[in-house]
Design a protein around this ligand. Structure first.
Ligand code: GLC
Length: 554
């Protein structure tokens, strides 16, 4: 192969598992590690070679495990450390690597560090967190994502002081200025790395570095909450911390390291991931998932523009993750495709074609190989997520139009993507013999693994073929990206090129037929894959069916 910097983590296809919802082995309604062990052959059958497990540590579950109370343990709901060891062994035996979620912007307020820290002003753990003594007056405003008032400072009477929490009140932010905190973090990462895990996903990491003076927000922040969020992210010290983490942990192992969030600019993103900086392997940006995150939906032009800009900014160096869904956003087929019974299979397969044919490491969220959709909610009582519940309280306080608010919540809530995996058509979708912690999607009787196993053209079997195609064609991993037909209203077209290998990807993002007139320099030589019946173009012309995806060899 030519002069490309080959790495396993660039060639990997990552499958994200939300363990609460994947497979419950003991009937308590919560998915667990033994459930994942039962399904390892299924995971292997997908062709994916890396699993990202969202947090499995002890936690009071204010934010479903993203509030950790013991970083080196396993939550009893999920099993034991022996189960974890068996899971890791079972994965490695099948050639599957495991990436752990590291949540160290904040801990749980029930973590012993915080319990100590809040107990008195002179406790040795006091400086593990950010405290603001009340006699200094109210601290300057900081935004909190999950707080009922979006206020990141919580008054605590025990020591007459405020503590900082960028997420819920039960998720106090750790103080990364304190070298002891950093040492503790490297210790816990080394604990998992020594066990043999293969990588780390750093949760909310762009928020860790803070100015401990907490000065007033700059004026630009008054205009828009987005400015506040950008201001709170990417304090330059984040790079010192990552370089230190690299020295203390990453340099000792062969790990995949990925940050949630890629900063505010392309320069920020490069500074996080460019190889010579010795920070991270890759990051995932939010620009892609921000497209379509309102009831208005999105246009192909917006979608294509975001991915093309990022591709171009990373054409020469740096590496990114590519994803359309995870546990923080709705189901991809309901957001970017069409989840009606007639079109959901085709559109789910189209979206998977996109994710697996772009440059960057693809991340696929459990159930998206089936085209699992958003679910049905009646009222607020159906929502489990703290983000949904607290934003609802705030909306009531603010007196916003609740019909609009609920319509948005139903479409965009994170609970949509957290419903149990749909294994079969039985009452609990084969997920659990007990009562699932979150209601299974009623459409599991039609969308499930058992049904799709039996159909050669199901989204599941198409997904398997796609993963294999990516494995067989390094051009899909390393090839350069070039946009074609930039004005087409329905079709996203791009080529990938690596030496003398080249492919053309055509994606009809619409529910109508689309005519394509290829430029003369694009002459397809053969069909590599399509989710619907396809033929080579005649005189450069072809018609794509609604949501048809085609990859041609050039
Ligand atoms: C990240 C996680 C999200 C969590 C938040 C706080 O964004 O992906 O699920 O709620 O961090 O930890």
């Amino acid at each position: 192969m030519p002069n490309i910097d080959r790495k396993w983590w660039k060639e990997a296809v990552v499958y994200q598992i939300y363990p609460r919802s994947f497979k419950d082995s003991d009937g308590d309604g919560v998915g667990d590690l033994r459930g994942i062990i039962e399904k390892l052959d299924y995971i292997k059958s997908l062709g994916v070679d890396t699993v990202w497990l969202t947090p499995v540590y002890p936690s009071p579950n204010d934010d479903n495990g993203y509030d950790v109370s013991d970083y080196c343990g396993i939550h009893p709901d999920f099993g034991s450390m022996a189960d974890f060891d068996e899971l890791l062994e079972g994965m490695h035996a099948r050639g599957i690597r495991l990436v752990m979620d590291i949540v160290v912007n904040h801990s749980s307020d029930e973590h012993p560090w915080f319990v100590q820290s809040r107990s008195s002003r002179d406790n040795p753990y006091r400086d593990y967190y950010h405290w603001w003594p009340a006699e200094k007056g109210k601290p300057n405003y900081r935004y909190s994502f999950f707080d009922e008032d979006n206020n990141a400072w919580q008054y605590d009477a025990t020591t007459d002081a405020y503590y900082l929490h960028y997420f819920s009140v039960k998720q106090p932010d750790l103080n990364w200025d304190n070298p002891e905190v950093r040492r503790e973090v490297y210790k816990l990462m080394n604990f998992w790395a020594a066990k043999g895990v293969d990588g780390f996903r750093l949760d909310a990491f762009q928020l860790v570095a803070k100015d401990p003076e907490f000065p007033p927000l700059p004026e630009s922040c008054a205009e828009d909450i987005k400015h506040v969020i950008s201001y709170q992210a990417m304090d330059p010290k984040v790079h010192d911390y990552l370089q230190e983490m690299h020295r203390e942990v990453f340099s000792k192992y062969d790990l995949m390291t990925v940050a949630e969030g890629a900063g505010n600019t392309f320069a920020d993103a490069h500074a996080l991931v460019d190889a010579e900086r010795n920070e991270l392997n890759m990051a995932y940006h939010f620009d892609g998932v921000h497209v379509g995150s309102s009831l208005a939906g999105y246009t192909l032009a917006e979608f294509r523009d975001v991915y093309t800009r990022w591709e171009e900014a990373f054409a020469e160096k740096g590496w990114l993750a590519i994803y359309l869904a995870n546990h923080d956003v709705p189901r991809m087929v309901s957001k970017y495709g069409n989840d009606s019974p007639a079109l959901r299979a085709a559109s789910a397969s189209l979206l998977n074609t996109f994710v697996l044919s772009m440059r960057g490491t693809p991340y696929v969220y459990y159930g998206d190989e089936l085209g699992m959709t958003n679910t049905e909610f009646e009222g607020i009582a159906d929502f489990q997520d703290i983000a949904a519940r607290n934003s609802h309280k705030k909306a009531l306080k603010d007196g916003v139009d609740m019909d609009t608010f609920m319509a948005q919540l139903k479409h965009l809530s994170r609970d949509n993507s957290r419903t149990p995996m749909q294994w079969d058509a039985s009452p609990n979708a084969g997920f659990s013999s007990g009562t699932p912690w979150l209601r299974v999607n009623p459409n599991h009787s039609e969308i499930n693994v058992a049904v799709q196993e039996n159909h050669a053209t199901s989204p599941l079997n198409y997904f398997r073929r796609l993963v294999q195609l990516r494995k067989d064609h390094p051009v899909l991993v390393y090839g350069s990206y070039q946009l074609w037909l930039p004005e087409h209203e329905q079709v996203y077209a791009y080529s990938r090129r690596l030496d003398d290998a080249a492919v053309l990807v055509l994606l009809n993002f619409s529910d109508a037929e689309a005519s394509v007139d290829l430029p003369n320099e694009l002459v397809p030589q053969g069909l590599l894959i399509s989710n619907l019946a396809a033929a080579l173009p005649v005189a450069g012309k072809l018609v794509l069916q609604p949501y048809q995806a085609i990859i041609f060899a050039l």
